[in-house]
Ligand binder design. Structure first.
Ligand code: HEM
Length: 306
């Protein structure tokens, strides 16, 4: 459900309306290939493609689609920089145009593969904690009035008045962040008496760092209030929060991701009333790269608010 709501909204924003397939008839085939591509992404980054035939087939299908996406984006590329899509900005700055479909596909993967599961986890954690769910609903009522089925328009100013939902999002990211981020050492690094030579690979685990009680007391607990301490107005996270990596390759989509997930939570909970039927699932141990995937479904009962 999360995928079906997030995917069209995100691709229309990042790539432009109508550029990626979003209609019911075309989306099914796309979804099958994208899910296959996502499922084996981390193995494929380490292994020759001939060992992963289905993955390779889906990648080729998606690259073919992105050849058209890139052509459409180039054809409609406006000269005015303020009305360009993210893909059009990328194309303007790209050397080696033949790789444009690969970059476009990678951008879609980076945007979807992390933000969709985080949106899922955020909703699952909120619905499983009755006092947190109640607080979120009170906050929504204070900004938009009584929740209901009316069409809701949400502005940046509205989101600023809902910091608790932002904290819930960040807390879900903390608890389900990527298992590993790897980096190649470019220049030798000296730490005390040790030198890490250039060419070595270093691995950082946000998942384990976020479970260190020194930085995050009661690390396994979903406690959105701990984010009160972060200076989010100045775009600073809590110390030792590294879900988005660091340095010059830190995730460039991090603030977009937090905003889209906040929006998703607002619209979902405003419009529908939920009852959780399952406990929050454990994270699957099969994935190390990217946001953790759920090991089991999280079923809900929902109805449209009156
Ligand atoms: C909650 C959602 C997200 C999480 C947890 C996440 C996490 C990450 C991480 C860990 C990295 C690697 C950083 C490093 O190597 O230091 C990364 C890179 C990247 N992310 Fe995200 N990301 C998210 C959402 C997004 C979105 C929505 C977009 C696009 C709109 C995006 C675009 C990218 C790109 C293009 C890179 C590669 C940057 C580079 O290598 O220079 N991400 N992300």
């Amino acid at each position: 459900m999360t995928w079906h709501v997030m995917y069209p909204a995100v691709v229309n924003t990042l790539f432009g309306k109508g550029i990626c397939p979003t209609s019911q008839s075309k989306i099914k085939e796309f979804e099958e290939h994208f899910q296959k591509y996502d499922e084996d992404f981390e193995y494929a980054s380490q292994m020759p493609e001939c060992f992963l035939r289905n993955w390779s087939k889906s990648k080729k299908w998606l690259l073919k689609l992105f050849e058209k996406v890139v052509l459409d984006a180039e054809r409609t590329n406006p000269s005015d920089t303020t009305s360009k899509t993210l893909l059009q900005h990328l194309l303007d700055n790209l050397q080696g145009k033949h790789l444009a479909p690969n970059y476009g596909l990678l951008m879609l993967w980076a945007a979807q593969a992390n933000a969709v599961p985080v949106a899922f986890w955020t909703i699952a954690f909120i619905l499983s904690h009755p006092s947190i769910y109640k607080k979120v609903m009170e906050d929504l009522a204070s900004v938009f009035g009584k929740a209901g089925k009316d069409k809701l328009e949400v502005s940046e100013e509205d989101l600023k008045k809902l910091p608790f939902i932002k904290w819930c999002t960040l807390e879900a990211i903390r608890l389900r962040s990527p298992g590993a981020i790897t980096k190649k050492v470019i220049n030798p690094i000296k730490i005390k008496n040790f030198t890490i030579p250039a060419g070595d690979m270093l691995m950082l685990s946000p998942y384990w760092l976020h479970r260190n009680p020194k930085y995050f007391p009661d690390p396994e607990m979903f406690k959105p209030d701990r984010w009160k301490e972060a200076n989010l107005e100045k775009n600073a996270f809590l110390d030792s929060f590294v879900a988005f990596g660091g340095g010059k390759h830190q995730c460039p989509g991090r603030w977009f991701a937090i905003m889209e997930i906040q929006l998703f939570v607002v619209l979902f909970l405003y419009k529908y009333e939920f009852v959780a039927l399952d406990a929050v699932p454990r994270e699957s141990p099969l994935h190390l790269v990217g946001t953790q995937q759920p090991m089991a479904p999280f079923r809900v009962q929902y109805k449209c608010r009156e």
